[in-house]
Design a protein around this ligand. Structure first.
Ligand code: SF4
Ligand code: SF4
Length: 113
C-alpha cells in the first residue's frame, strides 16, 4: 500500500513540508521523502580508489550507500564485480562514510543547488 493511499492524502515529498507531529506509518516509510535538502556537503566516491570493503555501507546511518551490480576495473587493472553509489535523495551529508573509509576514497564536497 502506498503512503498516499494509507493516509488518504499525498505525503510530503520533502522534509520541510512534513506536518508537526507527523506520523511514521511503518518502518521505512520515510524512504518516500526526499531528505537531501538539509545537506550542505555531499560525499563523492572515487571509484578508482575504492577497494569495495563495504565499511561506508555499514556505517551510513541512513542507508544511503547503495551496493550496485556494476563492474569496474581500476587503474591498477583490478576488476570488481560491484560498485558503491550514494543515494543522494536520502544522504544527509553527515560525512561518516568519508571519515570511516580506510583508503579515503570519499570526498565531502560543497553541495551546489
Ligand atoms: S554522508 Fe552520511 S548520510 Fe551521506 S552517505 Fe555518507 S554516511 Fe550516509
Ligand atoms: S568505505 Fe571506502 S573503500 Fe570501502 S566500499 Fe566505501 S568507498 Fe569503497
Amino acid at each position: 500500500m502506498s503512503l498516499e493511499r494509507f493516509l488518504g492524502k499525498k505525503y510530503p515529498e520533502a522534509w520541510e513540508d512534513a506536518p508537526i507531529a507527523g506520523i511514521v506509518p511503518w518502518p521505512g516509510s520515510t524512504e518516500e521523502v526526499d531528505t537531501s535538502a538539509w545537506r550542505t556537503f555531499k560525499p563523492v566516491i572515487n571509484q578508482d580508489k575504492c577497494i569495495r570493503c563495504r565499511l561506508c555501507w555499514v556505517y551510513c546511518p541512513d542507508g544511503a550507500i547503495l551496493e550496485v551490480d556494476e563492474e569496474y576495473t581500476n587503474s591498477k587493472g583490478r576488476t570488481f564485480k560491484i560498485s558503491f553509489k550514494v543515494d543522494y535523495a536520502h544522504c544527509k551529508g553527515c560525512g561518516i562514510c568519508a571519515y570511516e573509509c580506510p583508503v579515503k576514497a570519499i570526498d565531502m564536497v560543497p553541495e551546489e543547488r
